[in-house]
Ligand binder design. Structure first.
Ligand code: 3HC
Length: 293
């Protein structure tokens, strides 16, 4: 598992929970230790709820391997799942190092939300063994695994990805490589429009979210979901889709301002909502709508 941010940590938990060894690596080794600590704590709560046995939790934790060098992380692996920041050059540079240290035949599964799997595979020189493995936040809870087939992805790699989905008890969809795939493209379109509606004073944060939660039965409204995913992550996806697909994905200026101000959502304690340490979202006061008393 390359990268131990929100997604890397959650994916490692899923892999280890399915009985596979998950080696965790991050350039910042302190992050690896804190990811393992966080998994220990979240799974403790699941045990307390009676959804996981103590012995299954111990097995899960034993499957997590803390590594402090890329050599150690890559030794003998057959699959590298990458969940590092969404910058193409960074991904290529780190994954090139991974390939140099891994057994030949290793498969690269990128958790990118929107970047091109075809480009990653081609630039790494292993288009056949590169595939998108797109998980959703929070990975232990969300059922979907979006498998992205690059132009050169071989059938055997796709088969391996489908086998992985089944082992992890996820439901797969297979999508051809395209900016934002199926999920991010639709998800950010909704999120982006919700921010534009907030900017133009259509309704308050809470009421825009309620529109989708109560009217459309979404588990969480688009603004709260942006906070959960991370507004920096959302902005990154929008910038990419704006470049690739055009005007409808132009990032709203409110989103840019919030990211500049470090209001990234749940992970920084403030986004469209204020977030308590226990993960409770507190909505801002209702907006007074322009032109209305
Ligand atoms: N490990 C194991 N179980 C966990 C967990 C974890 N890390 N986190 C939560 N859970 C479990 C809880 O124990 C609880 O289990 P229970 O129902 O059996 O008691 C269950 O998940 C639900 O959790 P909560 O009770 O804390 O909270 P909610 O019922 O409010 O659900 C939610 C929270 C699952 C996040 C729900 O609001 C939801 O589905 N929201 C939408 C999430 C979504 O759309 N994600 C996709 C984002 S896009 C993305 O990730 C793509 C990326 O590329 C940007």
């Amino acid at each position: 598992m390359l990268g131990t941010g929100t997604m890397g940590q959650g994916i490692a938990q899923v892999v280890a929970g399915a009985g596979m060894e998950a080696r965790l690596f991050d350039v910042d080794s302190a992050k690896v230790a804190s990811a393992i600590k966080a998994i220990a704590s979240v799974t403790q709560r699941v045990v307390e709820k009676g959804k996981l046995t103590e012995s299954a939790r111990s097995t899960l934790l034993a499957n997590l391997v803390q590594t402090s060098s890329l050599e150690q992380a890559c030794d003998g692996i057959d699959l590298c799942i990458e969940a590092i920041p969404e910058r193409m050059e960074l991904k290529i540079s780190v994954l090139s190092e991974v390939l140099a240290k891994s057994p030949s035949g290793v498969i690269v599964g990128s958790n990118t939300s929107s970047l091109s799997i075809t480009e990653i595979g081609t630039r790494l020189g292993i288009p056949g063994r590169t595939v998108g493995l797109h998980f959703f936040n929070p990975p232990p809870v969300m059922e979907l695994l979006e498998i992205v087939r690059g132009v050169g992805t071989e059938e055997s790699t796709l088969t391996r990805a489908l086998e992985l989905a089944s082992a992890l008890k996820k439901t797969p969809i297979v999508v051809n490589d395209s900016p934002g795939f199926a999920t991010s493209r639709l998800g950010v379109a909704l999120g982006c429009e919700a921010i534009r509606m907030l900017e133009s004073g259509v309704a308050s944060v809470e009421d825009i979210d309620r529109a989708m939660e109560l009217g459309y039965r979404h588990p969480m409204g688009p603004l709260k979901l942006g906070d959960l995913v991370g507004l920096d992550v959302r902005l990154g996806i929008l910038e990419h889709l704006h470049r690739e697909l055009g005007e409808q994905f132009r990032p709203p200026s409110l989103l840019r301002q919030m990211v500049r101000a470090g209001r990234l959502g749940k992970k920084t304690g403030e986004g469209f909502y204020k977030w308590t340490a226990d993960g409770v979202a507190i909505a801002p006061p209702r907006l007074k709508l322009p032109g209305l008393s």
